[in-house]
Design a protein around this ligand. Structure first.
Ligand code: GLU
Length: 449
């Protein structure tokens, strides 16, 4: 490995020992960059790698809110503005009990390269709070969002930093956040947030975009292998917004998702989550705030496996779409033993580094990285920003065509970047290299800071 790359990875591990997820993503991304750094010694001269792993700005803030019984609760809010070299900071807000600096930092770091891959002018950022939406009433969610935005509004803006949704933050939360921003600033700046409702500047297809984009990307991989999506079975995890979009697009294209998972276990539906009724039921499950996938098997009468993961299932395609570190070594071994050809990451960093390394070395297996596969979500967010600044509304066909084109492009530039460095069809290294090259060029040309 390139000595400078090695040294920066070691620096990060020593300095951020208490942030395992952040160290994990830094190691994953930087270890792809050896051949790039060999070819570009000028980057080392300006210490570009130590700069790129250091957020431009990060802060926490106090969020106090009152529950329906009149009791007060205090949470920690976060916003990490990681890299603004190619555009305003852009990335979601995650509301989940386990949110901590390491999680927000790993997500923010991934976001830099993902956003660059979209080909659109957006920098990398991420935020959220250690607030648990499970079991909260609508009024409690609203009060939390209003308090959160009251603390954050002076540090964001359409040309500064544009938050969006992530786990625990969907259309409802974005609505409350935007309402409070508008109330506090007294201006119509709807480009400050994406994932909005369609009556006030939200883009059509944004809710579906991450899942649709993932299936478009998968389709490019299948084309590359002279294979077809028709008739394929897919194992997914999660049952939220992203998995919903995958089920919907897979159904349209003639494939079927046969597993879903939640914190309680997983379901196996051999007929597929492939009817309008089933796909729509995922939305109900999410809106109920119960966070239970067993509700699906109760309703549709299929098998439920408590406390298990779906990775031992023999299917054609695996798409982990729930959360980080969902696939560890034990699951990776089962996937390899089943000779599954397509391992398509969807959630951010769903695979531990050892499991990812193991899968990438399986003969005949194709591994696609989440920062490319799930980039359609933030990509359509960038299209939402474009519509907001133009004061225009694009049609579903226009947005879908752009999303489709974007995903083809992401697959192509990743494959080309890997090819350029003699790595063959390595989509993981290719995505890291292609995303990095754009941001590194911008940082280099803007001088040292
Ligand atoms: N949270 C999503 C992501 O990880 C969406 C971000 C956005 O739309 O800004 O990319």
């Amino acid at each position: 490995m390139n000595a400078y790359v090695q040294q920066v990875i070691e620096n990060v591990k020593a300095k951020h020992a208490s942030e395992p997820e952040f160290c994990q993503t830094v190691e994953e991304v930087l270890s792809s960059l050896s051949p790039v750094m060999d070819k570009h010694p000028e980057y080392e001269k300006v210490d570009l790698l130590n700069r790129i792993v250091e957020p431009e700005r990060m802060f926490t803030f106090r969020v106090v809110w009152q529950d329906d019984n009149g009791n007060y609760h205090t949470n920690t809010g976060y916003r990490f503005q990681f890299n603004g070299a190619i555009g305003p900071y852009k990335g979601g807000l995650r509301f989940q009990k386990n949110v901590n600096p390491s999680i927000i930092k790993f997500l923010g770091f991934e976001q830099i390269f993902k956003n660059a891959l979209t080909g659109l002018p957006i920098g990398g950022g991420k935020g959220g709070a250690d607030f648990d939406p499970t079991g909260k009433s609508d009024a409690e969610i609203m009060r939390f969002c209003q308090s959160f935005m009251t603390a954050l509004y002076r540090f964001i803006g359409p040309d500064v930093d544009v938050p969006a949704g992530d786990m625990g933050v969907g259309g409802r939360e974005i609505g409350y956040l935007f309402g409070q921003y508008r109330r506090l600033k007294g201006v119509w700046e709807n480009g400050v947030l994406t994932g909005k409702g369609q009556t006030y500047g939200g883009s059509v297809i944004r809710p579906e975009a991450t899942g649709y984009g993932a299936v478009y990307y998968l389709n490019e991989v299948l084309k590359h292998e002279n294979d077809t999506i028709v008739g394929k079975t897919i194992a997914c995890s999660g049952f939220g917004n992203v998995t919903w979009g995958i089920c919907k697009k897979a159904m349209q294209l003639g494939a079927k998702v046969v597993t879903l998972s939640g914190p309680d276990g997983y379901i196996y539906d051999p007929d597929g989550v492939a009817t309008e009724e089933k796909v729509n039921y995922l939305l109900e499950m999410r809106a109920s705030n119960r966070n239970r996938v067993q509700d699906y098997s109760d309703k549709f009468g299929c098998e439920f496996y408590p406390k298990e993961k779906p990775w031992g299932r023999k299917v054609d395609i695996i798409m982990p779409s729930a959360m980080q570190n969902d696939v560890r070594m034990d699951s990776a071994e089962k996937i390899a033993a089943n000779h599954i050809k397509y391992y398509i990451e969807v959630a951010n960093m769903p695979t531990t580094n050892d499991a990812l390394d193991f899968l990438r070395h399986q003969e005949g297996m194709i591994v696609a990285p989440s920062k490319a596969v799930n980039a359609g979500g933030v990509g359509v967010s960038a299209l939402e920003m474009a519509q907001n600044s133009e004061r225009l509304v694009w049609t579903p066909d226009e947005v879908d065509a752009q999303l489709h084109h974007m995903m083809e492009n992401i697959h192509r530039v990743s494959a080309e970047a890997a090819e350029e460095y003699g790595l063959g069809y390595d989509l993981v290294a290719g995505a890291n290299i292609a995303g990095f090259k754009k941001v590194a060029t911008a940082m280099y040309e803007q001088g040292v800071f």
